[in-house]
Ligand binder design. Structure first.
Ligand code: 5AD
Ligand code: SF4
Length: 599
């Protein structure tokens, strides 16, 4: 112990405490490696491989008749060294080792955890190694540094920030429901929160960059509020797991999309001074019995999640890996929630799933679910997303046509207009099939609004492929859409199979062309609306003019209704006549002062 400085001494003191568990694991691993090496030599000897003399010297005479167990013990130091030098990866460990290494990782209970340990430790020394593992264990599982509590008698304040898709917004409301049960109140200002949860998206690299940036800001908050607890939840949490702890010191809690039930328990774990993580995906979890707490300030529109996960395995998509296998929420619990929302005064419900057309509750399919929900809450407008072109059935379109409160708005991602690229994306349809589905929509629902998603610059996309995408956009005459440059996501099928070979400037140029065409198509679509009358659900006061309200037509287009704020309020439904348009918005005036279909 002579050569130890103060910090080293601290490490040793930890070693004697929680470190015992780590040491046991370490010892077991080392023994196991030794065992394997001993067997290797025994087998090799049996096959007549001739070892150099010094190797024989080390293992002793008679290697063929080796007593494996005792020899394993003998080779323990060397085996340990090999095991660690190789990173122990064969055993699933991730244990970095060496003079320049400042990172030390252990893997208790089949999860890899990591922490930074100051440089200049001599890891080649077995005791230092054990001590550092012990310290890692203590920091991760230890109980010795509970978070300070907020001032006595005050309720804990939570702030939930959501990135990404509608599904994430719905999930944040589930999480808020759990926090509410735990006694938390909510704030819209992270600066005054005791607990901040960031619900994250992993779909594109840019989405994750935004989160890293946000975490850097939260680091500054933690310096002034040491008791602040920060959790990263959702898709990025599922994808990066404990790497979030490694890369951002502010993160206390990591929780994947199927782990929300564990939130109260994980919070208590963090309160007792331990980092907490739960990222196991489930095949059953639909949170059917959890009551979401609606976070949106206007009580007009609500999301209602009807299924989770995705089985499609589009090659570009990280979702199947972050949200797991597809499962449908029982119809009964969906209806119950819809009725509760209607009673609470909501005027519009959006049913959410990654691929709603494959909804299946013991044989009850999406078209039937739509009808049941529509009939259960006849005064609520019902929308849904997302449809998949390969699965969208005429039956669903028929149902929409038959039920007056089912909105004829269909979000049908095409992704690409080239059959070659669609096959590479594993989308399961051709452009011809897709355009036939568009014709079917227009046949059943002449008034339908159709939006799409398009990815440009997918692996191997030629200029010809891209031109086919532009042609498909024209043929489908999309009313609106969401357009993206391909972003390779580690672990996806595309990342494993194909090269991300389209230069960024080419992707950017293609995206610009897609957006320009999309704007033209949207403008044409909106121009066709001029003079028409539409029912509109008013949502909020316009940011541009306080006398106007904004909302959405029944068929899903954004609209500004002029001079209506004095006579109406968000949540009212009115008939409007469209007067002017831009590519993004309809501008209208109320045609009839009497509200439409309000409960
Ligand atoms: N790169 C770019 N866009 C993607 N999307 C999904 N994965 C990626 C990716 N790796 C788009 C698809 C999908 C939408 C939600 O996001 O268009 O429909
Ligand atoms: Fe991703 Fe395809 Fe599933 Fe959509 S359908 S979530 S793009 S895998």
């Amino acid at each position: 112990m002579d050569e130890l400085d103060e910090e080293d001494a601290l490490i040793y003191s930890h070693f004697t405490h929680n470190g015992f568990v780590a040491f046991k694991e370490f010892f077991f691993e080392a023994f196991f490696v030794g065992f394997v090496i001993a067997i290797f030599f025994a087998e090799a000897g049996a096959f007549g491989i001739d070892f150099p003399d010094d190797t024989r010297g080390f293992f002793g005479e008679g290697i063929d008749e080796i007593d494996i167990a005792s020899k394993a013990l003998e080779v323990l130091p060397l085996a340990t060294y090999f095991g660690l030098a190789l990173g122990g990866r064969g055993l699933g460990h991730d244990f970095h080792f060496g003079q320049d290494c400042n990172r030390n990782t252990i893997w208790p209970h089949k999860e890899t955890h990591a922490l930074r340990i100051p440089h200049r430790k001599k890891y080649a020394n077995f005791s230092y190694l054990c001590a550092n593992m012990a310290l890692a264990h203590t920091r991760i599982y230890g109980q010795d540094s509970p978070l300070p509590r907020p001032p006595e008698g005050r309720r804990y304040m939570a702030y939930v920030e959501t990135y990404g898709c509608q599904m994430n917004f719905a999930d944040s409301e589930l999480v808020a429901g759990l926090l509410h049960q735990e006694g938390y109140s909510f704030t819209t200002r992270p600066e005054e929160a005791d607990l901040i949860l960031i619900n994250t998206c992993a779909i594109r690299e840019h989405a994750e960059e935004k989160i890293w940036q946000r975490l850097r800001y939260l680091e500054s908050l933690k310096t002034v509020r040491p008791h602040l607890m920060v959790g990263v939840i959702g898709c990025m949490a599922e994808r990066l797991r404990q790497r979030l702890f490694e890369e951002s010191p502010v993160v206390d809690l990591v929780m994947g999309p199927d782990s929300y039930r564990h939130l109260p328990h994980l919070i208590r774990q963090v309160e007792s001074g331990t980092k907490a993580i739960h990222t196991l995906l489930s095949r059953e979890e639909t949170y059917a019995d959890l009551a979401p707490l609606r976070l949106a300030p206007n009580k007009v529109s609500a999301y209602l999640s009807i299924m989770r996960g995705c089985n499609n395995m589009c090659t570009f998509c990280i979702v199947p890996f972050t949200r797991g296998r597809e499962r449908s929420r029982p119809c009964q619990s969906i209806i119950q929630e819809a009725i509760q929302l209607a009673k609470a005064g909501y005027k519009e419900i959006t049913l959410l799933g990654q691929n709603v057309d494959s909804y299946n509750d013991n044989g009850l399919r999406f078209a039937q679910l739509l009808r049941i929900v529509a009939e259960a809450v006849p005064n609520v407008w019902i929308r849904f997303a997302t449809s998949h072109p390969k699965d969208m059935l005429d039956e669903v379109l028929e149902t929409i046509a038959a039920c007056p409160n089912l909105s004829p708005y269909i979000h049908l991602p095409i992704q690409s207009g080239s059959n070659r690229i669609l096959a590479r994306m594993n989308r399961g349809y051709t452009v011809e099939w897709y355009l036939e589905r568009i014709s079917a929509i227009r046949r059943y629902l002449p008034n339908a609004v159709i939006s799409t998603d398009i990815i440009v610059g997918f692996c191997g996309e030629t200029e010809e492929d891209f031109q086919e995408t532009l042609s498909a956009m024209r043929a489908a005459a999309f009313d609106s859409g969401y357009y993206f440059m391909y972003s390779e996501r580690p672990g996806t099928l595309a990342a494993r199979r194909y090269k991300d070979d389209i230069p960024p400037e080419v992707k950017k140029g293609r995206l610009e062309q897609v957006i320009a065409l999309a704007q033209q198509l949207s403008l044409e679509s909106n121009q066709r609306e001029i003079g028409r009358v539409h029912p509109v659900l008013l949502e909020k006061v316009s940011r541009r003019a306080s006398e106007d309200l904004t909302g959405r037509t029944f068929h899903g287009k954004a609209v500004v209704v002029r001079d209506i704020a004095r006579s109406h309020q968000p949540g009212d439904r009115v008939f409007v006549r469209i007067r002017e348009v831009t590519s993004a918005t309809l501008i209208a005036e109320a045609t009839d002062a009497s509200p439409l279909g309000v409960d």
